[in-house]
Write a protein that binds this ligand. Sequence first.
Ligand SMILES: Cc1cc2nc3c(=O)[nH]c(=O)nc-3n(C[C@H](O)[C@H](O)[C@H](O)COP(=O)(O)OP(=O)(O)OC[C@H]3O[C@@H](n4cnc5c(N)ncnc54)[C@H](O)[C@@H]3O)c2cc1C
Ligand code: FES
Length: 327
Amino acid sequence: MSEIEIEGGPRVPCADGDTLLAAGLRAGLGMPYECNAGGCGTCKVEVTAGSIETLWPDAPGLSDRDRRKGRVLACQSRPVGDCRIRLRLDPACVPPVPPRRQRARLIGAADITRDIREFRFATEAPAAFLPGQYAMLSVDGGPRRAYSLSNIANTAGEWHFQIRRVPGGAMTGWLFDAPPASVELDGPFGLAHLRPGTRDIVCVAGGSGLAPMVSIARGIAADPNDGRRVHFIHAGRAAADLPGAGWAEALIGLGARLDYRPVVSGDDTGGLPRGFAHEALAAFAAGRFDDFDYYCAGPPMMMQALEALLLVEQGLPASRLRFDRFF
Ligand SMILES: Cc1cc2nc3c(=O)[nH]c(=O)nc-3n(C[C@H](O)[C@H](O)[C@H](O)COP(=O)(O)OP(=O)(O)OC[C@H]3O[C@@H](n4cnc5c(N)ncnc54)[C@H](O)[C@@H]3O)c2cc1C
Ligand code: FES
């Protein structure tokens, strides 16, 4: 156990093995971050006393200029003894549910598409998280990766994930080919979770971005006081990348309030409409972009196209969009 001092602010304990970011969030600090995976660069801090070890020295979230200036990624840095860091805390980043590390047993797995499988884990304690959040999963001695929850909080301690197999992938190799009996589950993380609102919502899921959008739609379905409709654009490269007819409707349970719109970018459309996620969104919301709040999850390229459409072209305020980029 060591101690992290925030310059001009509080001191927080850091348990063995924790990163600067995890320790800060466990203590309820508003530390800015997004992916917790070294990809986005949102969690940069300066270490002004003490030293740290870097988990992933080549993480793309840090530029050469950042490295020259002595900045580090809080999500990829573990303190070696006590240390002091400089950053600007943001009340908007205070975790709604502080993350915790716990053991999770694998209790089931089922294929959803040709390369997406749902994995269900169970913890002793209730599963506490908000729709749209994610957890870090790690296999003993193996990699540690972020995966979004596809279900909603529950007292049974169930955490469901919908994970796409990545050819040659370190973590997905374990999960698909040699599923461990249990993993370490650290969470919840993420600020792109469901917020209250009065406008209907549009969820845009690309590829493995399915899980958090399913969770958000299920969160609305489970709240008897939430009457919003959900327009769900689900993009894949081929028809085989999308679950069969009726799958989303049955799982989400929103009845007529769910408007599920699959779209396929490649030649193998299987009779589904053809286009990219941002094109499907542009066609759907033409002339009424302002009527909706937006939740989007998927690969960074897809997010760029959606940001260009919603923020730049349509001029919507950033507060109307929640993005989960899967680095
Ligand atoms: C917030 C978030 C939510 C996500 N949710 C989902 C989801 O619901 N479903 C899903 O299928 N995928 C999701 N992903 C992607 C997932 O985390 C993995 O990147 C993906 O499963 C591939 O992992 P892999 O180990 O099999 O592949 P690999 O190719 O071995 O690793 C891929 C990723 O691991 C990271 N990485 C690579 N090297 C290192 C290193 N040395 N140290 C630390 N990290 C490294 C990089 O981010 C890289 O993109 C999410 C990612 C993020 C950031
Ligand atoms: S939160 Fe650390 S790089 Fe994204």
